[in-house]
Write a protein that binds this ligand. Structure first.
Ligand code: MLT
Ligand code: ZN
Length: 449
C-alpha cells in the first residue's frame, strides 16, 4: 500500500483504537512527513497518535492484519530519513507516550515512555543525569534515542543509549507486548532483546518505554575551547586528555569553516582571537578538572568557562554546528567513524575526496574526536545522486571505518551497507528481521532487507 489514500474502513478501525482526534489525515500530516533538514520528504496517508502501549498494540494488530506498513516516529530529529514516510507508510507517532515515572532512588533508574523528551529524563532528579547528551535533547525522545542508539557528546564517558538501558517495553509487529522493565543489573535469563532493539531503527518492534540507568550529575564541570592548527593537533590533544584528565566528559571538534558560517548567519562571535583553523572543546568534572584542563591546554589559545551561562556560551559553538550547513543549502549529513589511528587521515583527507566528485560542494566537518567519529556535512553543488556518499563512504571503508557512527543507516545509507557489512552478516540481519516482523510492515525501507 503506497502513496494512496487508506480505505475508510481502515481509518475507522484506527479511530476505534486511538480515537478519531488522533487519526490525522490530509494537511495535518505535513509536519510528520518531512525531516528537519528538509532532505527527506514523504507522504503519510495517516498519522496515528496512540496514548499508551495498549493503543500501540491495537494499532499494530490492525496494521498486521491489513498488511499496512508503518514508520514509528518520536521527536522527528533523526538525520538519515529513518522516521519519515518515504514510501507512503502510515506514521505511528509515539509523542503521546510521555509518562515519566518517579526516579527509583535506590537503583538510580527511571522508567520513561517512548515520547518523553531526553531533557525531561536528564532533569528527573537533581543529583542524577542522563548519560546521553545530544543537542536535540529538548525534542528528541526516549523511544527514538533507543531505536537509533543515539550517541552524542558524552559517549567517551558513559557510552551510547544502549549502555544506559536496563530494559524496554515494546510492541511486536503483530501487536504482542513484550516488557522487561524491572531494571535488574544482573539478569542472565535469555536473549538481551532490549540491547537488540537499541539501534534497530524501528525495524524489529515499536519501543514504548525504556528503563534507564541514570548517572551521577557531574560536579563542577569546566569547559574549555582550545585553538589548534588542524586535525593533527586536535587528535593529539584529545588523546592526551583521555589519558590525563580523569574527569573528562567530552572531547569535541569543529573548524573555522563551520564557525565562520555560524558567525555570519547566527551572530556567534568567535571564541578565540586570531586565525584559528581548528577547535577542540573539552569538558571535565571533579575536583582537579580546572587544573587538569589548564595543564593540558598549556600555551595554546584557550577560552575557559565554569558558570552554567559561560559553559552554555562555549557549548553553543559546537552544539549549533548541526545547523551550520543548513544556512548554505540542504545538507547531506554523513556521520562516519574510523579507528582512532585513522581519524586524522579522515579529517584532513575528506575535503579533497568530496572536491574530486563535486568541486563546488561546501563542506563543514565537526564531531566527537575521542570516538573516532566525524560528521561530514556536505552542501552539494552538483546533483546529489549518490556521488558524495560513494566518495566519502568509500574513503571511510578504505580506512576500516563505519558509514554510520551514531545516526543509523535509515533510508539515506541503505544502499551502501554492503561496503562495511559482509553478505553473511546481512543475511543474518535479514533472518533476525524476518523472525520479528515476518509480514515486513515495520519501517520497511530502512536498512536493506
Ligand atoms: C551532533 O553531533 O551534533 C549530532 O550528531 C548532530 C549532527 O551531526 O548534526
Ligand atoms: Zn554527533
Amino acid at each position: 500500500m503506497t502513496d494512496g489514500e487508506l480505505p475508510r474502513a481502515l481509518l475507522r478501525e484506527f479511530a476505534a483504537v486511538v480515537g478519531e482526534a488522533h487519526v490525522l489525515t490530509g494537511d495535518a500530516t505535513a509536519g510528520y512527513a518531512v525531516d528537519w533538514t528538509g532532505r527527506f520528504r514523504g507522504h503519510a496517508p495517516a498519522v496515528l497518535r496512540p496514548a499508551d502501549t495498549a493503543e500501540v498494540a491495537g494499532v499494530l494488530a490492525v496494521c498486521h492484519e491489513a498488511c499496512v506498513p508503518i514508520v514509528p516516529q518520536g521527536g522527528n530529529t533523526g538525520l538519515v530519513g529513518g522516521g519519515v514516510p518515504g514510501h507512503g507508510e502510515v506514521v505511528l507517532s509515539l509523542a503521546r507516550l510521555d509518562r515519566l515515572d518517579p526516579v527509583d532512588a535506590d537503583a538510580g533508574q527511571v522508567t520513561a515512555g517512548a515520547g518523553v523528551p531526553l531533557q525531561r529524563v536528564a532533569g528527573a532528579d537533581p543529583g542524577l543525569d542522563l548519560g546521553v547528551l545530544i543537542a536535540s535533547r529538548d525534542s528528541a525522545t526516549v523511544g527514538g534515542a533507543v531505536a537509533t542508539n543515539a550517541g552524542g557528546l558524552r559517549v567517551l564517558r558513559y557510552g551510547p543509549m544502549r549502555a544506559q538501558l536496563r530494559g524496554v517495553e515494546a510492541v511486536l509487529a503483530d501487536g504482542t507486548v513484550v516488557s522487561h522493565l524491572a531494571g535488574l543489573v544482573k539478569d542472565n535469563t535469555g536473549y538481551d532483546y532490549p540491547g537488540l532493539l537499541a539501534g534497530s531503527e524501528g525495524t524489529l518492534a515499536v519501543i514504548t518505554a525504556a528503563r534507564i540507568q541514570l548517572v551521577p550529575r557531574p560536579a563542577g564541570p569546566v569547559t574549555v575551547i582550545v585553538g589548534l592548527s588542524g586535525p593533527g593537533e586536535v587528535h593529539a590533544l584529545a588523546r592526551a586528555a583521555l589519558r590525563t584528565v580523569p574527569g573528562l566528559l567530552s572531547a569535541e571538534f569543529f573548524t573555522r569553516a563551520g564557525l565562520d558560517v555560524l558567525a555570519g548567519h547566527a551572530d556567534l562571535v568567535p571564541p578565540l582571537r586570531g586565525p584559528v583553523p581548528a577547535f577542540l572543546l573539552l569538558e571535565a568534572a571533579g575536583l582537579s578538572a580546572a587544573e587538569d584542563l589548564a595543564a593540558l591546554a598549556g600555551d595554546y589559545p584557550v577560552a575557559v568557562a565554569t558558570t552554567p551561562a559561560d559553559r552554555a556560551r562555549l557549548w553553543a559553538y559546537r552544539e549549533r554546528h548541526p545547523e551550520a550547513a543548513g544556512f548554505l543549502g540542504v545538507p547531506l549529513k554523513l556521520d562516519v567513524s574510523v579507528p582512532a589511528a585513522q581519524w586524522v587521515t579522515l579529517a584532513t583527507g575528506v575535503g579533497e575526496v568530496v572536491q574530486a566528485v563535486d568541486p563546488g560542494a561546501r563542506l563543514i566537518i565537526y564531531g566527537h574526536v575521542a570516538d573516532g567519529n566525524l560528521h561530514v556535512n556536505v552542501v552539494p553543488a552538483a546533483e546529489a545522486d549518490g556521488r558524495h556518499e560513494d566518495a566519502v563512504f568509500g574513503f571511510v571503508a578504505s580506512l576500516g571505518g563505519s558509514i554510520s557512527a551514531e545516526h543509523g543507516i535509515g533510508a539515506l545509507k541503505a544502499r551502501w551497507l554492503p561496503l562495511i557489512r559482509s553478505a553473511p552478516e546481512r543475511a543474518l540481519f535479514a533472518r533476525i528481521r524476518a523472525a520479528f516482523d515476518p509480514a515486513g510492515i515495520l519501517n520497511p525501507h530502512v536498512l536493506p532487507r
